[in-house]
Design a protein around this ligand. Structure first.
Ligand SMILES: [Fe+2]
Length: 254
């Protein structure tokens, strides 16, 4: 299995290129608009093609590289079902699989940061028939849980989103084995979490033991702490979300 984490320090975003070089098929998860050349170059260096461009959710803090990457590679775009975007894509249901040779990606519905949010379990069948890692998007970060306020709107309050996130964490992500590698969508410097680690990787077990956002023994305590001190909103948030829903290639947003 080929796997590379590709970082953007300007927005503290983590993205991923991985998949099966035997089959010659790779996926990009949470592509950043400024890194499209890097994804294409990484795939070319492996002699593989980018077959799948996958989002954990519609991002609010940076413009996605998905539209340009799909246009350049003819890959299939995958988003969580009910993501609310206006471009052609495959809407992934909870539990659905994407198979790239020996690499299998399974969607795990983990709403709360956004109403439509998936984590992705990754299994490399060359190594074993159980998941090796989980890409957690903005649901679970290294040192914090995702903020619940950015996508809350009339139907769901910030508190309701925080409650949904708590259930996603306890019922889905913390139900995973401790040894699973954990790769988030952001790290230190991002406005998408508080006090994030500068190390953009962890394990489920380490976060279970040492993530302050998970240190509460009730949903009410988790929610109260999560909504008590949310970070400032990302700059140009509304424009970025609109661009990411429209599927426009790189916009003029700073
Ligand atoms: Fe996000």
């Amino acid at each position: 299995m080929f796997f590379r984490q590709i970082l953007n320090d300007e927005t503290a975003c983590a993205s991923y290129v991985f998949g099966c070089n035997t089959a010659g098929e790779l996926a990009v998860v949470d592509a950043h608009a400024d890194l499209v050349d890097e994804y294409v170059t990484a795939a070319e260096a492996q002699g593989s093609r980018i077959a799948a461009v996958i989002e954990t959710h519609v991002q609010a803090d940076h413009v996605s590289g998905l539209p340009e990457l799909v246009e350049r590679t003819s890959a299939t775009a995958y988003l969580p079902e009910a993501a609310g975007v206006d471009f052609d894509h495959h809407a992934l249901a909870d539990g659905e699989l994407i198979t790239l040779g020996n690499t299998v990606i399974q969607a795990v519905a983990t709403p709360g940061h956004t109403a439509a949010h998936h984590a992705y379990l990754v299994t490399d069948h060359r190594r074993g028939d159980e998941p090796w890692m989980v890409l957690t998007g903005d649901a679970l970060l290294v040192g914090d849980a995702g903020r619940p306020d950015l996508h809350a709107h009339g139907e769901q309050t910030v508190e309701e989103m925080a409650r949904v996130l708590h259930r996603s964490l306890t019922d889905r992500l913390l139900a995973l084995p401790d040894h699973l590698l954990l790769y988030p969508a952001h790290y230190s410097g991002s406005v998408c979490g508080r006090g994030l680690s500068g190390h953009p990787a962890s394990t489920i077990g380490f976060e279970r033991r040492h993530n302050d956002a998970l240190a509460f023994d009730s949903e009410d305590a988790f929610v109260a702490a999560l909504i008590a001190d949310v970070p400032p909103e990302p700059e140009h948030q509304a424009e970025i979300v609109a661009a990411n829903r429209s599927g426009a290639r790189r916009s003029s947003i700073a």
